[in-house]
Design a protein around this ligand. Sequence first.
Ligand code: ZN
Length: 276
Amino acid sequence: MLSSFPGGRSRRVVSAALVALVAVTVGPVATAQAQSSSLPGSSVGGGAGGTQCVVALDPGHNAVDTDEFDPATGVRMIDYPNGVENAEAYEIVRAVESRLSLAGIGTVVLKNSVDEDVTYRERVDRAADAGAFLGVSVHTTPGADQSAVFPQRQGGYRAGTDAAGEPRKVAFDNAATAAESERLSGIVAGARSVVEGGAVPVRDNSFAGRDPLWEGNLPVISLIADTPWVYNEFGSDTGGGAHGLTGAEKARYINGLSAGLIAAAATSPACTRLGS
Ligand SMILES: [Zn+2]
């Protein structure tokens, strides 16, 4: 039912999601052509501020434990491999990348290999350097009802003890980016719901009680990015996170994300020449 789409998106958005669904499910799947970040779609379009028709794909987690303070915002950036999720998110991102290239959408993958050690700050800088109109984090988690999309929201925050030992709160403060993140999140969540066959709500995250992570409601990468960001979790019935997805779950996630990102691109000024 259209009225049950997460985020209450309009008919226009639903239509775009369904167009993307068709585009993804009709064609054969390319596997070998997407190892480069300089795909043909990189030169498509070009919106205001040097934005390109490029999606920045962020495979969740880091190859090793990392714990630094962001030099720009002061927020504490803790990341860790989380079992098989590190390698699995990378595999899913590369599969999504190959599908986006079929649709003429450029990509930049924010980690050069599954073993690369790269902070959240380095990732958001890579997305900005590529002129990405959208950043997309890819994670998995236990619980079939835990699929979700987290947008940047004005006032979304993290709070904890800073590098000087003082209490500090860092809040998201970019209304235009937050609005675009919310719009794109609704599109991605709607398409994911249809293709994955289960509700994918748009909502806030919660980092309460996860010490030493700073508490709050926005993932650190979303908080420190100036690029509109769409942070995804896929909830697994049997595993998820450190324990991994089944092959069937992985396929649903890849197809759902791909459909959502193609729909997102189709409604974005940076990609207005798509399909022309
Ligand atoms: Zn994760």
